[in-house]
Design a protein around this ligand. Structure first.
Ligand code: ZN
Length: 185
């Protein structure tokens, strides 16, 4: 659980540290505001994606299910700055499918934590592979990292792309091509 009191104290120190007057009008409620906001953006800490993925439906003969352009927001663990973009998820069911909204839920559970894009991508793929037991899973994330675009090398619009493949997708180039073809439509 997020400890709001600790976050409030930390933000007060942070304001002090950057030379601000934490008591001035505009900042007086900032520690409290951030504490409440963090409760929301780190809500995934206490969540297990299995709860969203356990309700499955029987399906026969589905080739590939692709859910693309799932918007996500996460926080980079190196700088505690946002990174955000789109997730694309494909899987090949082995008799079981899951409601489309549950894929977005799974992304959300892992995005609402301090993250690395590579790990976020892997965790989504692993959760689907474990819970749905499909023949294969492929996850692609495209994201802009504020720690890269707002500071440092400052290249706005630069996207970091990560891919995680499990099962049949891992060693079948044609399946991977199908995934990329479906994405570009
Ligand atoms: Zn960063």
């Amino acid at each position: 659980m997020v400890d709001q009191e600790k976050i409030k104290k930390a933000v007060e120190m942070l304001l002090d540290g950057i030379g601000e007057d934490k008591d001035r009008e505009g900042l007086k409620d900032t520690p409290d505001r951030i504490a409440r906001m963090y409760t929301e953006i780190f809500a995934g800490m206490d969540e297990n994606p299995g709860t969203h993925l356990s309700r499955t439906f029987t399906a026969t003969g589905s080739d590939m299910v692709l859910e693309k352009d799932i918007t996500f927001y996460s926080m980079c663990e190196h700088h505690m700055m946002p990174f955000y973009g789109k997730a694309h998820i494909a899987y090949i069911p082995d008799g079981k499918v899951v409601g489309i909204s549950k894929l977005a839920r799974t992304v959300e559970v892992y995005a609402r934590r301090l993250q690395l894009q590579e790990r976020l991508c892997d965790q989504i793929a692993d959760a689907l592979f474990k819970e749905l037991k499909p023949k294969g899973v492929m996850v692609m994330l495209e994201a802009e990292h504020m720690c890269m675009t707002m500071r440092g090398i400052k290249k706005p619009g630069t996207k970091t792309v990560t891919v995680s493949k499990r099962g049949d997708f891992a060693d079948d180039d044609r399946l991977q091509d199908t995934f990329f073809n479906m994405l570009s439509r």
